[in-house]
Design a protein around this ligand. Structure first.
Ligand SMILES: Nc1ncnc2c1ncn2[C@@H]1O[C@H](COP(=O)(O)OP(=O)(O)OP(=O)(O)O)[C@@H](O)[C@H]1O
Ligand SMILES: O=C(O)c1ccc[n+]([C@@H]2O[C@H](COP(=O)([O-])O)[C@@H](O)[C@H]2O)c1
Length: 274
């Protein structure tokens, strides 16, 4: 039975998923345990949103394959889904826009139950929210939250000059919230402590400590595949089969976008950044 005093949370993970690994799946489990352990949240769904091809990161294979591998990996989880809205957009999309989109979808689905207007209503309401305080009020009233789920490397990338817009960081962390999984070589607590912006929103950042040190990275997996090495137990077997059937990840595919000097996410430089 639903506990009325807990907020329902949807976890959204954005990234390349090139390819999806067991650690990506484990992030969701760790985050769910952590949030539910607070007694304040009930995690109802996880969403994986692979980035589009226009992201132009080196070695990024086509989104259709990354989506399909993520679908295979999540099909038996029962609560984690894959969403291709982001990668269907013709241009690379800032993460804040992806977060907004999924929050609107979430509200629309919730209000649909009561036959109230759907996406339009959710959009209008977001526009009406003119401060993070008031949106916090709405979130509590709805009992619905969407949080960005990421590894500590992504949180720490907030500090790379001109990579993220300051207002986007404030919105993601201040309005929605972030669940961050520790990763070897990172120290998210220290990073938050050293950033005045993140410190301001520290209560909206949940740091989840992964005690079983787990260095799986998609880069490592692609390297092993190029060298004909086994990647068993790093990825679900269904994903390994898919990679073999479609001959994905070769020396050639790793050169994809290698010529790109400035990927779209590195291209902005305006006065709003510091
Ligand atoms: N081992 C890990 N521990 C914690 N977080 C992870 C781990 N692997 C991936 N993540 C997180 O998963 C999300 C998606 O990651 P991404 O697809 O970029 O995988 P990755 O393994 O970091 O890829 P790459 O090695 O190609 O940079 C990011 O938020 C990333 O921080
Ligand atoms: O919104 C931004 O400004 C922004 C800047 C840099 C990266 N991102 C997102 O962060 C994710 C990083 O993924 P990856 O695989 O490059 O670690 C990916 O989903 C990007 O779209 C987002």
């Amino acid at each position: 039975m639903e506990n009325p005093s807990t907020s329902k949370v949807v976890l959204l993970a954005c990234g390349s998923f090139n390819p999806i690994t067991n650690m990506h799946l484990r992030m969701f489990e760790l985050a769910r345990d952590h949030l539910e352990d607070t007694g304040q949240y009930s995690v109802i769904k996880g969403i994986i949103s692979p980035v589009g091809d226009a992201y132009e990161k080196k070695g990024l294979i086509e989104a259709c394959h990354r989506v399909e591998m993520a679908r295979l990996a999540t099909e038996s989880t029962g609560w984690i889904t894959v969403d291709s809205w982001e990668c269907q957009q013709s241009e690379w999309m800032e993460t804040v826009k992806v977060v907004r989109h999924h929050y609107e979808e979430l509200l629309a689905a919730e209000y649909n139950k009561d036959d109230v207007d759907t996406v339009q209503y959710a959009k209008k309401r977001r526009i009406e929210e003119n401060s993070f305080e008031s949106s916090d009020h709405h979130r509590k009233r709805d009992g619905l939250q969407l949080m960005l789920l990421c590894g500590a490397d992504v949180l720490e990338s907030f500090g790379i000059p001109k990579l993220w817009k300051n207002e986007d960081i404030s919105e993601i962390v201040g309005r929605y919230g972030v669940v961050c999984i520790t990763r070897s070589g990172s120290d998210p607590q220290k990073f938050i402590n050293q950033s005045d912006d993140l410190w301001k929103y520290r209560k909206n950042i949940y740091i989840v400590h992964e005690w079983v040190s787990n260095d799986i990275s998609a880069t490592h997996v692609r390297r092993a595949l190029r060298r004909g090495r086994s990647v068993r137990y790093l990825l679900p077997d269904s994903v390994i089969r898919y990679i073999q059937e479609h001959s994905l990840y070769s020396a050639e595919s790793e050169q994809k976008n290698a010529h790109v000097i400035l990927a779209p996410y590195q291209r902005y430089s305006d006065a709003s950044t510091s």
